[in-house]
Design a binder for this molecule. Structure first.
Ligand code: ADP
Ligand code: MG
Length: 369
């Protein structure tokens, strides 16, 4: 590989460690982890790659296992290929030559069924399952409502002085076109149709987590261990570090800057996803309107500042992070118990927090008050 390219990659990697500590699963951050560094001087430096072009976010692939440069290049190239494929299938704003994607399906709403890639069928079946599992709180057919909020957020970005929110009546009208049954999937024929011209798909709550899991699946098939994926905050650890110490990641304090954290957790062989009020929002008359919409009010969900989900499957973690953000803690707790293997941290708007017992076991240091 060209030395300049490698130097640039190293710079980008160092930069991302500096600017994104809360999203970076990086074990040398805490004092304890630093002490372990002394005890295990043979620990290898991680290799990392960063991609800026998928899902409108930043994606990282890290290898802590000490793979050869060639093997890491091959594996990260394949991860990149998988992300690109799903990025194109899930894009609701652009179409790509030779690809029937969600943008095509939305444009064709009310029309005839379209033949799509099997991967898209599998994803949409998963989306329907997640709808059932979350009692409709995570609904990929909420597109007509989300579009209205999205348009106001974009307009607020252009002209903050004249920012406004969608009219209640407009939201109610849009809501009439969000039934999950409007998404018609013929699994055998590999076709999909949106049955109502006013309806549309938005997979912002699930797409990244699903694609992350497919990339993780590939790495696991390859026999990789000691890898970490961070696809726009969807963290997925593949196995453990070679020395068995896991990775420490920080959960951001929703009220403060990205550098302030509520707690640090040590994780291995799992996914970790946080949904928070600070991720994407706009402000109207001093009130902040974020991007996760509660189907019961059609307004931004108001229960929490953030909610973190730890579970092995990144698609499930992503779906639950949005769905449980839209339900009271007790309901979320019950749902998590019924699924099993799901650990949660709720941070409330007043800064207090609650977690499942299994989550508390992962916390590295006492929470800061
Ligand atoms: P992020 O993508 O910022 O990490 P989430 O995983 O919580 O955050 O997903 C939020 C995105 O999901 C929104 O930007 C929107 O596109 C979509 N969305 C918002 N509310 C819902 C909902 N109740 N059901 C399904 N999708 C939603
Ligand atoms: Mg989500």
């Amino acid at each position: 590989m060209n030395a300049l390219r490698r130097f640039r990659q190293l710079l980008a990697f160092l930069l991302l460690l500096l600017i994104l500590p809360s999203l970076c699963a990086c074990g040398a951050e805490s004092g304890e982890a630093a002490a372990e560094e002394t005890a295990a001087p043979q620990r290898v430096e991680p290799k990392g790659k960063v991609y800026y072009t998928y899902f409108d976010t930043v994606s990282y692939v890290y290898d802590y296992a000490g793979d050869s440069a060639e093997r890491f290049d091959d594996r990260s190239a394949e991860v990149s290929h998988i992300l690109l494929e799903y990025h194109q299938l899930f894009d609701i704003y652009h179409e790509y030559s030779g690809v029937t994607n969600l943008c095509t399906l939305n444009k064709n709403a009310g029309g005839e069924p379209l033949t799509v890639d099997r991967k898209l069928v599998d994803f949409l079946l998963c989306a329907k399952n997640m709808y059932e599992l979350t009692d409709g709180e995570m609904n990929v057919m909420l597109g007509s409502v989300l579009r209205l909020w999205h348009a106001c957020r974009e307009a607020a970005g252009e002209d903050p002085q004249n920012a406004s929110i969608p009219a209640e009546e407009e939201l109610r009208r849009a809501w009439a076109h969000t039934d999950i049954s409007l998404l018609e999937i013929d699994e055998a024929a590999c076709t999909v149709r949106i049955a109502d011209p006013e309806a549309s798909i938005d997979v912002g709550a699930l797409g990244k987590g699903y694609a992350t899991e497919r990339a993780a699946e590939y790495l696991e098939r390859e026999g990789a261990v000691g890898y970490v994926l961070n696809i726009g905050g969807n963290i997925r650890c593949i196995g453990d570090r070679p020395d068995g110490s896991g990775w420490v990641t920080a959960i951001r304090d929703p009220d403060k800057s990205a550098q302030d954290f509520a707690c640090r957790i040590r994780i291995r062989d799992t996914a970790c996803v946080t949904s928070g009020v600070y991720e994407r929002y706009f402000t109207v008359n001093g009130t902040r309107y974020h991007h996760i919409i509660d189907k019961d009010t059609l307004y931004p969900a108001a229960y929490f500042g953030s909610l973190t989900v730890i579970t092995r499957d990144s698609a499930l973690a992503d779906a639950l992070s949005t769905a449980l953000f839209c339900m009271p803690m007790e309901e979320g707790m019950k749902l998590a118990e019924s699924i099993g293997g799901v650990e949660l941290l709720w941070i409330f708007p007043d800064g207090s927090s609650q977690s499942t017992p299994g989550f508390a076991d992962l916390i590295e240091e006492p929470e800061e008050s």
